[in-house]
Design a protein around this ligand. Structure first.
Ligand code: TMP
Length: 235
């Protein structure tokens, strides 16, 4: 397998073609942004943490029956993945009130929720990733009814697996964002990443934030939080 030209550069990752049209290489950067790119910075070592943590969690999810894009970790920052067409949705699960949910409904961060919340945002930077509902998605044909049913079912499964995993390392999974892709045969698979960039993860005992909110909100010890997550997962 041979690395070829860069296909795409996002805020936190680059994607490269390979000599196999069905595969590409994702390369994780230390760049961090927030508020739709308004705030920019660097989190030293983040690319390594996110690559290794995301791959670890995707392997765990595969073993629990969630199909993913993961093929093989190549090195500290690079991973071979199946080439997919990304469904243009950010799929968000909330177990506890925080972030934009707390703001929207006027509920303090950390408030337990009576049931799990599932949200969708349309992936479009120019529009600021607006929240949309099922009928918006079907009306705009961003996904079919069947695909959306699969996405919702898989997302709840991801939540069950990740919540239990994090609980074992004394962390509460407050909320997270995931993305899905379509394989050439139409199969929906989990894509993108699962990392402190895309989850809210709080220490169960101290409620200390161990995620990108430390960067978004200038809480300090940003690198330490990513390193701590690495230690909790890999020892
Ligand atoms: P929110 O409370 O800001 O809507 O964020 C919900 C979850 O989604 C949180 O775990 C952080 C994650 N997230 C991303 O992964 N990318 C984003 O661009 C945003 C805004 C949130």
């Amino acid at each position: 397998m041979e690395k070829r030209e860069q296909m795409y550069e996002g805020k936190a990752k680059k994607v490269f073609a390979t000599d196999d049209p069905a595969l590409c290489i994702v390369s994780y950067k230390d760049d961090a942004t927030a508020f739709n790119g308004l705030k920019k910075g660097t989190i030293r070592g983040k690319g390594v943490v996110n690559n290794r943590m995301s791959n670890y969690l995707m392997k765990l999810l595969e073993a629990e029956g969630v199909p993913t894009h993961l093929v093989e970790e190549l090195n500290d920052r690079e991973t071979l993945v199946k080439r997919v067409q990304i469904v243009p949705l950010e799929v968000i699960i909330r177990n506890v009130a925080a972030g934009s949910f707390s703001k929207r409904v006027g509920c303090p961060e950390g408030t337990p929720l009576a049931c799990t919340v599932l949200e969708y945002c349309y992936k479009d930077d120019d529009l600021g990733d607006p929240m949309v509902n099922d009928s918006h998605i079907l009306a705009m044909q961003w996904a079919t009814k069947e695909e959306l049913d699969t996405i919702a079912k898989l997302t709840y499964k991801v939540n069950d697996v990740l919540k239990a995993f994090f609980k074992n390392v004394n962390i509460d999974l407050i909320d997270f964002k995931i993305e899905f892709g379509r394989l050439p045969d139409g199969t929906i698979v989990l894509a993108d990443e699962i990392s402190p960039d895309t989850c809210r993860i709080w220490d169960s005992t101290t409620h200390e934030k161990l995620d990108k909110d430390r960067f978004r909100r200038d809480l300090g010890n940003v690198e330490d939080a990513y390193e701590e997550m690495m230690r909790r997962i890999f020892g």
